[in-house]
Design a protein around this ligand. Structure first.
Ligand SMILES: Nc1nc2c(c(=O)[nH]1)N[C@H]1C(S)=C(S)[C@@H](COP(=O)(O)O)O[C@H]1N2
Ligand SMILES: [Mo]
Length: 489
């Protein structure tokens, strides 16, 4: 698998057996399990999945090894079945071609050779019949241990080299994004500079949460990439990366939220996006009045559906090419992605975007819709305590209780904090970067010794108050009020 990973690093990382099998598992996992995994493991879910694929493979390969000593045909057969599964997984990927079989073939070759060699070492030297019964096991076992140790080290080196190559290929250089036609003033200094522990007003790209179904970040070549607008349009439009950058670019501060974010969770982040308004692109294509869905497709054929209304009303829905002053990182959708303020990511934030199709909900259903998630999913008003940390022990002194609150496309009117079940106290809000962006907040607190309960709730500009009614993420986003316990020593 390691050697195959190394070969796949040169061809297409997604065809690496471990990644191909992992992706197949992701797509086949029932929604409740997937939802549980994201909720429980957050952005570590991928690492855990890969770890599990490796463990299961190791166990199965171990079994093949044990079998191969007594019944070679069964052992080698099991190994071939494993490799065939990996090959099938690679071929089953939506945009797969025959070249994606190469890593699996390499895995078959390397695996069979390795197994044959190990079995031979165990039987050495020179056949089992003439040698006294006591000596060969000792010598052959030592040879076997040294041999498998060397293979393990070689495997680690090959896998590491594969990872290194994938990372090197992912580096984006030599792209200079044009300036926006409407540049925003620099973001004001956030509350994090006065009150340590509050989330940064702007989330750095390196720590921005990542949620998607990909195990290997797609390595899209901007030279051959195109964005097509088709379906129920007057004329199909197809743009190269350069042509897209030539259109008037706008900058907008937008907070992105994942529907899997639990109350108090971290699957939310604020960034300054640079991009072309979706409206501009749709106007170029001319949209039929019967269309009600914008179906967006990524480079692997993964599809997200967005209510057409959400990208044609006055909100700044973008095809974004820049994030926080940098070229859109690969993990966040390079070369271009959708960002629709006010909608959860799974209905409006398609990364590695390649096609915008105008259609109807009657005619077409996208990935999450087919997995029973909500069709139209506005982000629910919510708030989070960043400091003090839940269950932490702090000193008896004056502290700031602080965090973030969001009510995308509406705006946060007020944030209130409740200490030990007392009255709701109004917190001080941080700087305002528009209705689509989160607000930081804090409330000074004279912490007295003992155990304390802190709760937070937000109110939107439309007067709606964050509900205490608990709901889990599925199917249209979590609700409830975060309440934490802290100890004051
Ligand atoms: N191509 C593609 N785009 C995708 C997804 C995906 O799985 N594939 N996941 C969506 C979900 S569920 C969310 S919450 C956002 C997350 O964007 P981020 O990873 O840049 O934070 O991307 C969206 N765009
Ligand atoms: Mo999401």
């Amino acid at each position: 698998m390691a050697v195959a990973h190394l070969v796949a690093a040169f061809l297409d990382p997604a065809a690496s057996p471990v990644l191909a099998v992992g992706s197949t598992v992701i797509d086949a996992t029932p929604t409740p399990v997937k939802e549980w995994a994201v909720r429980t493991f957050g952005t570590a879910d991928k690492t855990i999945l890969i770890g599990n694929v490796l463990l299961v493979t190791l166990a199965a390969a171990g079994l093949a090894g044990v079998l191969a000593r007594r019944r070679p045909r069964t052992g080698f057969g099991l190994l071939l079945v494993l490799v065939a599964l990996a090959g099938a997984a690679a071929l089953a990927r939506p945009q797969a071609d025959l070249a994606d079989l190469v890593p699996a073939l390499v895995a078959a070759g390397a695996g069979l050779l390795t197994l044959w060699w190990l079995v031979r070492v165990l039987r050495a030297p020179g056949g089992t019949t003439t040698v006294p019964a006591a000596t060969p096991p000792v010598r052959s076992r030592r040879g076997f241990l040294i041999g498998s140790g060397a293979l393990l080290v070689g495997g680690a080196v090959a896998a590491g080299a594969g990872q290194w190559i994938i990372r090197a290929r992912a580096r984006i250089s030599d792209i200079v994004l044009p300036r926006p036609v409407t540049a925003l003033p620099a973001l004001p200094s956030g509350l994090e500079n006065e009150h340590a522990g509050i989330s940064a007003f702007r989330t750095p790209n390196s720590s921005f949460y990542r949620v998607d179904t990909k195990l290997a970040v797609p390595l899209v070549d901007q030279g051959s990439w195109r964005l097509t607008i088709d379906g129920m349009v007057d004329r199909e439009v197809s743009l190269s990366y350069e042509a897209l950058l030539d259109l008037p670019l706008e900058e907008h501060d937008i907070t992105l939220t994942c529907v899997s974010n639990e109350v108090g969770g971290t699957l939310v982040g604020g960034a300054r996006w640079l991009g072309v308004p979706v409206r501009t692109l749709l106007a170029e294509a001319g949209v039929s009045s019967r269309a009600d869905q914008l179906l967006s497709t990524d480079v692997d054929g993964f599809r997200i559906s967005t209510p057409l209304e959400a990208v044609t009303d006055q909100r700044p829905a973008l095809v974004a090419v820049g994030m926080n002053g940098a070229v859109l990182p690969r993990a966040h959708g390079f070369p271009a992605r959708l960002v629709v303020p006010g909608l959860y990511g799974f209905v409006g934030a398609t990364k590695w975007l390649t096609r915008l199709t105008l259609t109807t909900y009657d005619a077409e259903q996208a990935y999450w819709t087919r997995r029973d998630w909500a069709t139209d999913a506005p982000i629910k008003l919510s708030s989070r305590i960043d400091t003090p940390r839940p269950l932490s022990t702090i000193t008896a002194a004056r502290h700031a209780i602080g965090g973030v609150a969001w009510a995308q496309h509406n705006g946060v009117e007020q944030v209130e904090v409740r200490i030990d079940g007392g009255p709701w106290e109004t917190a001080t809000l941080g700087p305002d970067a528009g209705v689509d962006y989160w607000r930081q907040w804090y409330l000074p607190w004279d912490a007295k010794p003992g155990s304390h309960q802190l709760a937070v709730r937000a109110t939107g500009r439309d007067g709606s108050v964050q509900t205490a009614v608990r709901a889990s993420s599925f199917p249209d986003g979590s609700s409830g009020i975060q309440e934490i316990v802290v100890n004051v020593a």
